[in-house]
Design a protein around this ligand. Sequence first.
Ligand code: SF4
Length: 577
Amino acid sequence: MVDRIYRVNMTDLTAKVEDVPENWAGLGGRGLTSTIVTEEVVPTCHPLGPNNKLVFAPGLLSGTVAANSGRLSVGGKSPLSGTIKESNVGGTAAQQFAKLGVKALIIEGQPEKDNFYSLHVMGDGVEIKEEPQLEGKGNFAVVDTMLERLGEKTGVMSIGTAGEMMMPVANISVKDPEGKLRSAGRGGLGAVMGSKKVKCIVITVPKKATVPIAEPENFKAAAKIFAKALMEHPVSGQGLPTYGTAVLVNVINEAGGLPTQNFRYGQFEGHDKISGETIHDLIEERGGKTRHGCHTGCVIQCSQVYNDAEGKYKTSGFEYESIWAMGADCCVDNIDHIAEADSLMDDIGIDTIETSVSMGVAMEGGLLPFGDGEGIVRIIKEDIGKGTPLGRLMGSGAGAVGKAYGVTRVPVVKNQAIPAYDPRAVKGIGITYCTTPMGADHTAGYAVATNILKIGGDVDPLKKEGQVELSRNLQIATAALDTAGLCIFVAFPALDIPEAFSAIIDMLNARFGISLTADDVNELGKTILRTEHEFNLAAGLTNKDDRLPEFFSQESLPPHNVVWDFTDEEIDEFWNF
Ligand code: SF4
């Protein structure tokens, strides 16, 4: 199919299909969403008003047989951080969009009526339909309803009740190949979808639809080298497939960087009870699945299916970040309470990191004692899910909760919660939290790889030397990977195995019949970062927003007793490229 831009105007409830402008043709994924947002969204607009746009784009390699290439980028102005946002997600939608020739889906405007709608994306356009029976429904019920209506193969993206209520922690759920959910979690883009009154987007693709490949033989050869490298690397070939991302619980705890009790300590006494190894054994014992891909063609399969003590399905995609946030950060060591919370958060449609860090801040403010897993589950279900005044507050993110409870130790950058690596003990990731245009986001430049896992080199996590350069290089490379639609975990072999990196460029060249070099890809990453940075500056942010909260400089973190010690000038050096 020839690529087209699908544009939906929710003000007059019309949809059209447009040719791809020349300057967007070489872009996909994050490169495209960030370019469209920068070109079409007024940076100072209210993120929940009619002038914001919500943009979906599959990566340049999505829909092909390239391993781990089925990632979707969702972009817009974030109601949480006020910055440009790209939230990256697996599931079936990216591959389906690519096969339909949907280069990007842009949703703009806002309807006058207070009804919710579905958008049905098909080869010849988009059908907009009122959906009164879906209002107030959780994500699982929405997916079930749409699959019943349109068939098992249908792609579904939806918001839960949090998105309908436009909570800044609301995410967008994407159905995976088995009908389970993945989340475009960060930055509150579910609230933007709610503000446009879109409850769900469904995608149907003709049976034999494929993406065109300009040089099929070259593509096949490069894809083979790439998949082999992914399977041979110890992290992507063994650690992640065996224990999932929760393999990191013990690793980061050992390194003294597992944020515990609202970022007070770097190690958690209960780490073994919530570790990847423990979860692996429980999954085997209870008949779940230790390996599971969030999209077809994933050869790493870091996701799992986790059952409860009765052997009944509880949750999937049970990630390190969610387990850490509800676990160590809130001092909960009961993995079944964490799994229950994870499942509820998926259904209500809220970011597990932002919500759980908000809980940690509220616990410090006295809402609940640390360790009260049952209390957390109750608040998620009864308050956030139903939108009580407490739920509305908890659904507004860690920054708002900190203000409401008079807490001074609030771990956010650009008002987005800091994820699962303490920046004092893993200084490279601290630079990423400060400088990424997204607000605190570990995936934007995963310096943990080189600081802790010793992948792509060895930079001492406790020292400042080399961290700015490391984070910069990783952020540039990640922006390019996000544009290609590749999962972040391909970065491990790409950093260590030169053939894996070359194979990515070879696949891009064979897909489009072009001749990109490594320098071109590097330049692409830089351009994307600059574009995003420009949007943020125009939205009113300054370099003063590229900072960690002051308590990281004032309190030393056990067990290494380290503080955040970068000067403003050292941090600002990041943008010198
Ligand atoms: S490795 Fe994990 S996150 Fe990446 S594509 Fe596979 S299942 Fe999804």
